[in-house]
Design a protein around this ligand. Structure first.
Ligand code: KIV
Ligand code: ZN
Length: 521
């Protein structure tokens, strides 16, 4: 790899997924990994194999399926973690063990280790990892708050023990660009053996500086950026992959480093990660936000019409937004739909096309123009229904307004039996959920209820995500509809159906945590 090539290390499936509420199912993790691999991500950190059977299964399967990317797993500084990590990543043609320990005074105090004891532990664990795997990454967690002398000392030990990449995490998003560049530069100049390894930067966004700090670290000599799609991650998140990659592309004149990312795939993966994680992208988010290429004000629109470069530093097509996006309508046929799906980056089999086409026609009957985002929602949300589901929505009617509490009448088929219930509630969604609970009594706690308008206009489709938890079992349901209350009811019923399947698995003796991670529905 040339000296100006920056390795992109994606940790959406590990640090991103660690974000409270961002749990993905097994199948969703495989799908995201495949998209990352396709997009040209050099290294995928696929999970933390010792954390659960589910994490182990996902990392192993991703390792087996990887095509081009190196597959990495995380391990704490102990032999059991490292062995488990190796068992999962060993299936990949290119693999990596990433082991870490907190080196700052605050982190050293937790296992109550002296500086010398910790140094010995680092030597032992990195050597152990290197005996298993040729490619080992070591991280001194909270590096940016670790004493400088000690940081140099432990990095030297890790390099001598066989680490091939040294990652410098700014675990709490504390550093600033100048300091970030300086730290990497000084480490490379000072630590013996530094020239033989790659230095990586791993920034969190607590002060909103993760992207700037990562790029500054590259200026200081780092050649690996750790990042996540949409900046997903704990608290304020991690460095956003799309931001660093596009910054390096657009400002290559002053940042002469390149990546191997096919940037036209950014938009698609961003949308998919937003859907499966349940974390929508803010409208004004750089690169992938809905408004990132929208020019609303008169002055901007006028300038854009005369010369696009007046207000556009990159082309929408560069990030995967099609420039000329003609909406489809009720007269559009199957071929036009297939064409549009291909433009949007979806490869669908004939039977899938048949199902999407039926739902497209239903939508086009209700909505004059079906935009790209509508099509994406149709594909992504799926029908949310399956003939094998025990609970089926038959019909519903809602009365709401200013005159009193909302009232919802829901008719459902439960194990083949038709049941109707009416309930009042604090708004139409609350009334509908209560009616569904009357029909199918359950103690599931609503962990998340999220509505997202897919396009502009009052006839926009709403995508709804519902996450339920019952006795430690978690299930998520999704649906899209121009009627927000219908989408809500379908998403709720979808989640209940998945919960039923998972609870049956628990009855058969499978651990609740495991079924929550695996897509058994
Ligand atoms: O932020 C952090 O320190 C981490 C480490 C595990 C690398 O994610
Ligand atoms: Zn992190």
């Amino acid at each position: 790899m040339s000296d100006n090539r920056v390795v992109i290390f994606d940790t959406t499936l590990r640090d991103g997924e660690q974000s409270p509420g961002a749990t993905m199912t097994h199948d969703e993790k495989l799908e995201i990994a495949e998209m990352l691999d396709d997009m040209g991500v050099d290294i995928i950190e696929a999970g933390f194999p010792i954390a659960s059977e589910g994490d182990f299964a996902a990392v192993s399967e991703i390792a087996k399926r990887s095509k081009n990317s190196r597959i990495c797993g995380l391990a704490r500084a102990n032999f059991a973690d490292i062995d488990r990590c190796w068992e999962a990543v060993k299936h990949a043609e290119k693999n990596r063990i990433h082991t870490f320990i907190g080196t700052s005074p605050l982190h050293r105090a937790i296992p109550n280790l002296t500086m010398d004891e910790m140094a010995d532990k680092i030597h032992e664990t990195v050597s152990h990892a290197r005996n298993l795997c040729e490619n080992v990454q070591w991280s001194p967690m909270d590096a940016t708050r670790t004493e400088w002398d000690y940081l140099c000392r432990v990095i030297e030990i890790a390099i001598k023990a066989g680490a091939t990449t040294i990652n410098i995490p700014d675990t709490v998003g504390y550093t600033a660009p100048m300091e970030s560049a300086d730290l990497i530069k000084k480490l490379i100049e000072t630590v013996p053996g530094a020239d033989d390894v790659i230095f990586a930067t791993h920034c969190h966004n607590d002060l909103g500086m993760a992207t700037a700090n990562s790029l500054a670290a590259v200026a200081g000599g780092a050649r690996q950026i750790e990042c996540t799609i949409n900046g997903l991650g704990e608290r304020a998140g991690n460095t956003a992959l799309e931001e660093v990659v596009m910054a390096l592309k657009v400002r290559n004149d002053i940042m002469p480093w390149s990546t191997g990312i096919d940037t036209t795939k950014l938009m698609n993966i961003s949308r998919r990660v937003a859907t499966v994680s349940g974390f929508p992208v803010q409208f004004n988010k750089a690169i992938v936000g809905k408004n990132a290429f929208a020019h609303e004000s008169g002055i901007h629109q006028d300038g854009m019409l005369k010369n696009k470069e007046t207000f556009e530093i990159m082309r929408p097509e560069d990030v995967g937004l099609s420039g000329t996006s003609l909406p489809l309508g009720k007269h559009s046929g199957r071929a036009a739909l297939r064409d549009k799906l291909e433009q949007l980056g979806f490869e669908v089999a004939d039977n899938q096309l048949k199902d999407i086409f039926v739902r497209f026609k239903e939508l086009a009957d209700r909505k004059k123009e079906v935009f790209d985002d509508d099509i994406v929602a149709l594909v992504r949300a799926g029908s949310g229904e399956d003939e094998a589901d025990r609970l089926q929505l038959v019909s519903m009617k809602v009365v709401c307004g200013t005159g009193g509490p909302a009232e919802s009448t829901v008719e459902m088929e439960v194990d083949g039996k038709d049941i109707t219930a009416t309930s009042e509630g604090d708004g139409p969604v609350d009334a509908t959920f209560k009616a569904i609970r009357q029909i199918h009594p359950n103690t599931a706690r609503l962990q998340l209820y999220q509505v997202h308008a897919v396009t502009e206009g009052t006839d926009a489709q709403a995508t709804v995500s519902v996450r339920l938890e019952e006795d430690g079992v978690i299930a998520t349901g999704q649906s899209a509809n121009t009627d927000t209350v219908v989408a809500s009811a379908k998403a709720y019923i979808h989640a209940l159906n998945r919960l039923l399947v998972r609870r049956d698995k628990v009855g058969e003796g499978v651990d609740a945590k495991e079924v929550s991670y695996k897509d058994l529905a």
